[in-house]
Design a protein around this ligand. Structure first.
Ligand code: FAD
Length: 335
């Protein structure tokens, strides 16, 4: 790998969240960046297109390593600076009355939350008034619409002179650039033998009768789920976590479980229109933590698992630190 001051031209392979965020980090440090993307349009073959868009470092700690929490906090500053539509209204966690112990367990495994009772839940989310008597509120967490976020990033990159060459299937080690950053996600598996796919299925619905201001995690005993609000009463309901690399459409069982849990969160979801039923493979290493590896001029950034939006800013910074000088004050970004 060249020394930081020698790198001028950077090629990023893959225009998922990892690729776009890394390209942004490099372009903001003054590098000449191009992105090669095999699909014809943004998101068409990217796991990132299917994400919920939660930026939830503390809630994720319930099942993730401390590193996810520590490195994820950076995302809460990075995304609002780059995507104005990032919503910072926290996360609400609720459970059915008979499963209060689930709230206690979740509280023990996480931090940066405050307990909320029935009136507190009604104040945060009036549509849930009277439905839940206990929960947790994580006020510092945020969310975004992942598709909109990718589009905004692509637009900002274009303004910085970064081209995305769509329809270009690339082999990172064959490319001629001072540095190549391989952000191919699960497609890089042939070179990363311990990378695996973790299947995630989700539904997008239009529920005119429901208004939520923030992601709600529902600790349903059999089918825990989250619901992430998007514009115009659209909601992403997700997601399954299945140790399978089957890349087919969602199963009836998964769809039923997600819909049943959403219906028990709020019966108005029964009247919702189903807009999308999607399934994707999260790229993950055995420890479910992301990895940056360097081989010659090629840096591989992969294994973002269920934390692509949460951890890309930290990983992108780490990758850029390997090849470029640190950002100067003049290169700071304005939203
Ligand atoms: C249902 C679901 C919900 C999720 N919710 C969240 C969430 O709420 N918050 C969060 O932080 N994360 C979430 N995730 C995880 C997140 O989506 C992933 O971690 C992230 O998308 C991985 O991003 P990536 O850029 O590594 O891969 P991808 O998004 O798959 O991007 C890889 C890109 O590389 C391109 N490519 C592949 N091979 C080549 C090649 N040879 N040449 C050129 N281009 C190539 C592909 O076409 C693709 O565009 C969720 C995932 C799923 C499935």
């Amino acid at each position: 790998m060249s020394r930081p001051n020698d790198v001028k031209r950077v090629t990023v392979v893959g225009a998922g969240v990892a690729g776009l965020v890394t390209a942004m980090e490099c372009a903001e440090r003054g590098a000449e960046v191009e992105i090669l993307e095999r699909s014809q349009v943004l998101g068409a073959q990217a796991c990132s297109w299917l994400a919920g868009g939660m930026l939830a470092p503390w809630c994720e700690r319930e099942s993730a390593e401390i590193e996810v929490e520590r490195r994820g906090e950076l995302a809460l500053a990075w995304w609002p600076r780059h995507v104005r539509e990032t919503v910072q209204r926290g996360t609400l966690v609720v459970a059915p009355a008979r499963d209060g112990s689930e709230i206690a367990r979740f509280a023990r495994r996480t931090k940066a939350h405050v307990p909320v009772d029935g009136p507190g839940i009604a104040t945060l989310e009036p549509d849930l008034a009277g439905r839940f008597q206990q929960g947790l509120f994580f006020p510092r967490e945020a969310h975004l619409d992942p598709r909109r976020a990718l589009e905004v990033l692509a637009g900002r990159l274009a303004a910085l002179g970064v081209t995305i060459r769509f329809g270009t299937e690339a082999e990172p080690h064959a490319l001629d650039a001072d540095a190549v950053i391989d952000c191919r996600g699960f497609a890089a598996r042939a070179e990363l033998p311990d990378l695996r796919g973790v299947r995630g299925e989700a539904i997008v619905v239009h529920a005119r009768g429901v208004t939520l201001s923030r992601p709600v995690r529902f600790l349903h005993p059999r089918f825990p789920l989250y619901i992430v609000p998007r514009a115009d009463h659209r909601f992403m309901i997700g997601a399954t976590m299945i140790e399978s690399e089957h890349d087919g459409p969602p199963t009836v069982r998964s769809a039923m479980e997600l819909m049943a849990a959403a219906f028990s969160l709020h019966p108005a979801f029964g009247e919702a229109e189903i807009l999308e039923l999607e399934a994707g493979l999260r790229p993950a290493f055995p420890d479910n933590l992301p990895r940056l590896t360097v081989t010659g001029r090629v840096l591989s950034l992969n294994g973002l698992f269920r934390h692509g939006f949460l951890l890309s800013p930290a990983l992108a910074q780490q990758a850029a630190d390997r090849i470029l000088p640190a950002r100067t004050a003049q290169q700071g970004v304005c939203a």
